[in-house]
Design a binder for this molecule. Sequence first.
Ligand code: SAM
Length: 275
Amino acid sequence: MSNSVYQGICELVHKHSSIKLGDNKQTMLTSRLKSRLLQLGIKSWDEYYRYISQGQNNAEIHTLIDLVAINHTQFFRERQHFDRLGSEILDQILAECPGAASKLLAWSAASSTGEEAYSLAITISEHLAKQAGPKPDWLVYASDISSKAIKAATTAIYQEANLNLPQPQFLQRYFKRGRDIYESKCRVKPEILDHVKIERINLFQESYPLPAQLHLIFCRNVLIYFAQDSQSQLVSRLHHMLTPGGFLVIGHCDSLACFKHDFQSLGGGVYRKSS
Ligand SMILES: C[S@@+](CC[C@H](N)C(=O)[O-])C[C@H]1O[C@@H](n2cnc3c(N)ncnc32)[C@H](O)[C@@H]1O
């Protein structure tokens, strides 16, 4: 792949996702795209670049973004965030955030294949089950730019060996074991699926199809893929999406240290919008 084609593809990826591919990603991109060229019957990188760039080939641009997006995730990844949800954050949200006592709204904003959103849903379900008195309705929005990841999140079938659940009883409580060809796999149970709404969202699209009255946003391990000005712009949009007193949680490889924002830091990647 010539340098100019690589730069052209990087610009397309950036324009449609804000993902910034550095010069060191050329080998990764080449190896991931090779089989795509074979599939399309395209014989050269120049031809592929013409194919994808001419006339805004949106379907192919989505496929390209699927190929460059790093979807690594896990159930209850960075477990301390879920522990803090259960021990302090959810109680604070329910007591202090407008609207949360009637309907608690959370968003897993780069949910990849769904594990983060379902971990959030399980944590909320567990927390509310322990609460005395009337319980709020609740919903977790799950979104990602990758259509492939969204499809997997919607299917909600996972290898049992990869579940990494904090409590063994969660397996039976929240997952249905597969049989025959699905042996060794599990599907999230309907009582959780009913509380998770999944859709493809580019964090940089013009507007989000979500209410700007969210109480909790998980936006973890994704900021790192964007340039600093894009991160700053995104964090201020997330601030706007939260109710007063709402929480933002970022991942261990993300940081808000290099730009100004309006959140109060509570440490460990947890931030709060002032009430
Ligand atoms: C490393 S995964 C993180 C998954 C999960 N949040 C976690 O921490 O386990 C990063 C995800 O961000 C998604 N992503 C990258 N750019 C995006 C964008 N512009 N809008 C929405 N999602 C994006 C990728 O598709 C990928 O699934």
